[in-house]
Write a protein that binds this ligand. Structure first.
Ligand SMILES: [Zn+2]
Length: 370
């Protein structure tokens, strides 16, 4: 859900943030909550709760903006910021090219939160601690300092995990080794958090304990995803998109029927096929295009009637780096990317299945070498 943009950076809010926003507002407006609002009228309590929640929301946003603005200043294009249940993520179109760059871009977030903690503490002192605004600033100061401390934990994909990655990268000179070390450290911390969360749930604080368990579990998942994406990026490095394309037998002539297309897809376990009229590319037909037809219709419908025409198909040069084209595919919802030869004519289709197939072949080759 897009809420706007700041400094030209697109800001999205995940639906889970509405829950966080309401929870923080409800907690602050509670008469026995941190603002000590006993005896205060409902309207004022609700107003203070919403104001506090908005300032908390702004704090998380400023943390993410710090990452994004520094990344952009260092030449990494920024796609946008998304706020979700655990805070926020800044999405970049590339990665830091050196270790100090990665350390700064990641480290600036917790530093910003720490600075916000100090600023809110100053505001609390200035307004005096015995009024509601003062207590709210005190609460926001604590929240920002907790945010800074949590994010500096050396666990991927938290900021601290990325700083650790940069440090190991700098020391060993190997980005891959740095990822392995960071992912392992992240797993250990995630496991500790889960264990601590379970003990906490059973003994002192069920809600707080479950929350810590949940965050630990999330870190565990994110670490595994990071590891496999690094494996894929490493395997594709130095290869071009054309190598990952589906083989030439996985194409349909323009006079193929939907039945024939479906049986070829099922035999080859693919979800999209390019259609050619002679040597000329005429479109892409997907499993979803065919699934919409009834069995009767499939027998008398040509693929050309349901396929996506060339002007609606994403294309890339067959000689382009494989990682770039895969990133383009990941960003889109398309079933495949048509690869063009030097003369601009489409020659093949790259799909998620063709990439998986290629990777499986790489693994088999690597296995034989061992
Ligand atoms: Zn951060």
């Amino acid at each position: 859900m897009r809420i706007g943009s700041l400094f030209g950076i697109r800001i999205d809010v995940n639906a889970s943030w509405i829950f966080v926003f309401a929870l923080v507002a409800w907690m602050l407006a509670n008469p026995r909550g941190p603002l000590q609002l006993e005896g205060v009228g409902t309207a004022e309590r609700v107003a203070l709760g919403i104001a506090g929640s908005l300032l908390f929301f702004a704090s998380v946003l400023i943390h993410e903006l710090a990452h994004s603005l520094l990344a952009r200043a260092r030449g990494i294009p920024v796609r946008g910021i998304t706020l979700f249940i655990f805070g926020g993520v800044s999405q970049f179109e590339g990665e830091a090219q050196d270790a100090p760059g990665e350390a700064w871009i990641s480290g600036i977030g917790p530093l910003t939160s720490l600075l916000l903690g100090v600023v809110f503490y100053g505001l609390a002192l200035a307004s005096g601690t015995h009024n509601h605004a003062g207590l709210m600033f005190e609460y926001l100061s604590a929240a920002n300092i907790i945010l800074a401390v949590f994010n500096i934990l050396p666990a991927y994909p938290l900021d601290g995990g990325r700083v650790l990655h940069a440090v190991v990268w700098r020391i060993t000179g190997s980005r891959r080794r740095a990822t392995l070390v960071t992912v392992t450290a992240g797993r250990a911390i995630a496991a500790l958090m889960i264990a601590f969360g379970i003990v906490e749930t059973l003994t002192f604080d069920a809600f707080g304990g479950l929350w810590i368990t949940f965050i630990g579990w999330f870190l565990l998942q994110a670490g595994s995803a990071e590891q496999s994406s690094v494996f894929i990026a490493g395997a594709l490095k130095g290869h071009v998109a054309g190598e990952l394309a589906a083989p030439p037998q996985q194409r349909l002539p323009a006079d193929a029927t939907a039945v024939r297309a479906l049986s070829l897809m099922q035999a080859d376990h693919v979800r999209a096929l390019p259609v050619f009229l002679g040597d000329e590319f005429s479109g892409v037909v997907t499993y979803d295009d065919l699934a919409r037809l009834s069995e009767d219709e499939r027998a008398r419908t040509y693929v050309t009637a349901v396929m996506t025409r060339p002007d609606g198909v994403l294309t890339a040069a067959a000689g382009a780096p494989a990682n770039d084209v895969l990133a383009q595919l990941a960003r889109s919802s398309a079933a495949g990317i048509a690869l063009t030869a030097q003369n601009g004519a489409v020659q093949s289709l790259l799909t998620r299945e063709s990439v998986m197939h290629w990777l499986a072949g790489m693994k088999a080759v690597a296995g034989r070498d061992d």
